[in-house]
Structure formats: C-alpha cells, structure tokens
Write a protein that binds this ligand. Sequence first.
Ligand SMILES: Nc1ncnc2c1ncn2[C@@H]1O[C@H](COP(=O)(O)OP(=O)(O)O)[C@@H](O)[C@H]1O
Ligand SMILES: [Mg+2]
Length: 370
Amino acid sequence: MAAITIKDMSVSYNKGKSYVLDKLNLTVQDGEFCVFLGPSGCGKSTAMHCVAGLLEPVDGTIHFGEELMTEVSGGKKKNFVPPQERNIAMVFQEYALYPNMTVRKNMSFALETKKAPKEEINKRVDTMAKMLSIDHLLDRRPAELSGGQRQRVALGRALVRDPQVFLLDEPLGNLDAKLRDQVRYELKKIQTQLGITTIYVTHDQTEAMTMADHIVLMKDGHIMQEGTPNELYNHPNCEFVAGFLGTPQINLFTVRVTEVNGALVLNADSFSLPVPVELVACLKPYAGKDVHLGIRPSDLLITEDGLIPAAVESIEPLGDAHLVYVRIGEQVVVVKHAEEEAPAAKSLKLSPNPAKLHLFDPSTEKRINP
Ligand SMILES: Nc1ncnc2c1ncn2[C@@H]1O[C@H](COP(=O)(O)OP(=O)(O)O)[C@@H](O)[C@H]1O
Ligand SMILES: [Mg+2]
C-alpha cells in the first residue's frame, strides 16, 4: 500500500488554452478512503485518470509512496509509469464483466494472465468472494446475476489482484437506492479490512459523508475544501461547501450586522437575533454591513420563545422526524423537526442553535466565524 501525493498538477484538454485542473495539490494517506466529491464536470474523473496513468497532465508530479509515477513539466514528459505497471485496480459505473466467463473466471482471469500459481489464485478468489458475499455465485455467468451482484463481482475482480491503489469512479451509480446502501456499506468494510489506499469519485454527498475518511470537495477544477466529513459539515469554509454537504440544504439568510446599545445584533426584515459572545469579535468589522447567515435545518428549533416568527407552508413526514417548510419574511426555509409528532400550529417561533451559526462574507462567500 502507498500514500498518493499530487503536486502542482494541471490538466488541459486543449493544449493549454484552458485548464480543467489548475495546480492541484493533494495527499491521500496510506490506507485512507478518500472521496473526490463535487458537481458534474468539476474535474473529479480527470484527476483520477491522472492517478491511474490514463491521462497525462501538462504539469505536475504524482508519487505513490516514494515512487515517482508521473512527472511532467511545461508539457514535457520526464517520467511516466504506464497504467499497467502502477499496480492499481479500477472500477467504473460501466463495469464490463466478461459475459461468457463464470464469476470465478471473471475474478481469476487477470491473475491467470500474470501466471500466478493456480492454488494461490483459487484461494484469493474464494477469500474475496466470501468477503463480498458472492461465494455462492462463483459458477454463474454475469447474465444470471442481479445488478448489485454484478457490481460486487466487478469489485472482487479488481481487488483479488491485491493492488496498491484502488480507484472507483461513481461505481454505484447504476444501482437502485437500497442496493446502493448495501454495497456502500460492504465496500467500506472491505476497504477498511484490506487497508488499501482508495480514491472514490462521486457527486453524491451522502456517499461521501458515509464512506470517506477524507473528502476532497472540488468545484471548477479547484479544491474548495478538504478534511474529514465532520470537518466539512461543521466547519464549511465557504458557502459552496456549506450548501453542498447536508440534506436538506443549509438555509441562508442575508442579515445586517447592527450595533444596538453597544451590543451587536443580526437584523433581517422579519427578525432580529443577538450575536452570541463567541462571534462578537469576528463580526465587529462587519457592523453596518450585510453578512450571510447559514443555519442547517436541524439547527432551527421550534420553541415558545423563539425570536424568528415563521408561518408553516407544508410538512413532509420522514417517520422519525418532519421536514417543516416555513415562510420567514419573503423566504421559504426548511426546519428538521426531530419529533414523531408534526407541529400543530400554523405559526411558529424558531430558535437557531447559537453554537451552530455559519457566517459568510457576501462578497467572497468565505466563512467569517472561527
Ligand atoms: N476527453 C475530454 N476532452 C475534452 N474535455 C474533457 C474531456 N474529458 C473531460 N472534459 C472536460 O473536463 C471537465 C472535467 O470533466 P470530468 O473530470 O469528467 O468531471 P467530473 O468527473 O467531475 O464530472 C469538464 O468540463 C469536461 O467537459
Ligand atoms: Mg466523472
């Protein structure tokens, strides 16, 4: 196994007229489950293809551990290990199993071409099949399998080769929701057991939040923020990150920082909130100006003495909670009410959890509070 280090990597598909990735720097630790997350077209697959050696950057280096895999400077290739020599395994959404081969043969094929001893091959296939709960399917052909089973065979086929780096590009995209949850859980379990350095590409924040040790959240070819799922969720460094993680999305308000009798308050058209002590210092410079206030749906509580008056528009039951859509002034926002009973009143009072306020500068969209 090995860490992956990417330094100053730039990628262009049009000979430098424009860059899909611009000086990307990133370290994926040895054994880590790293998720490249971001909207479609932000450059996730491009970055992964560079790690795989399927694509040459125009600049930058990639190391696996101490080993130099890619080195390109100003479009000139200095070092480049071809993909088949990188000891990587890849799984894509469009996994192509060999239709005429049994599951066992699909899984053992790559090892056989490498002339591994037969007993060793059988042992590895059996172990991996057990881990993936497909050991009862080894004699079937792909056409006799469900979508979820096929995807597990594809994962098994990649993993029996004992790669040093495991690369997955939206591998669960074709599965229905229930299967996706199940394969997601098993994939994470196996990755942890094997301790294999993994990069997983997805646009799905739930997959990222549930599986990642390390999320790399990208937009337009740039890393917006990286860290653990909790770090990104609890401390988004900008509005984009705050909005990308969490469902339903974070609510954003424009509020004016106002000084009243020596104390700071946040004023909106229909409510006014005192600034918590911890936030006074960082908001002082914004006195008299607007800031964006982000509050997650689960951090807006329905209370009797809440300072935000809200009119209920609609309610969605979730079983153990309710999503309450309310109108606050001109804006519709969502409250996650963690109770089995829906609120009965048509007009409510809301209190934000003062420890969970996210403040952003409207001009830069960057986080203001520590
Ligand atoms: N082979 C290619 N030729 C030209 N442009 C490409 C090619 N592959 C990807 N792109 C462009 O590069 C950008 C990033 O694409 P990609 O890495 O596939 O994004 P993601 O995987 O995040 O959806 C997109 O704007 C896409 O249109
Ligand atoms: Mg992609």
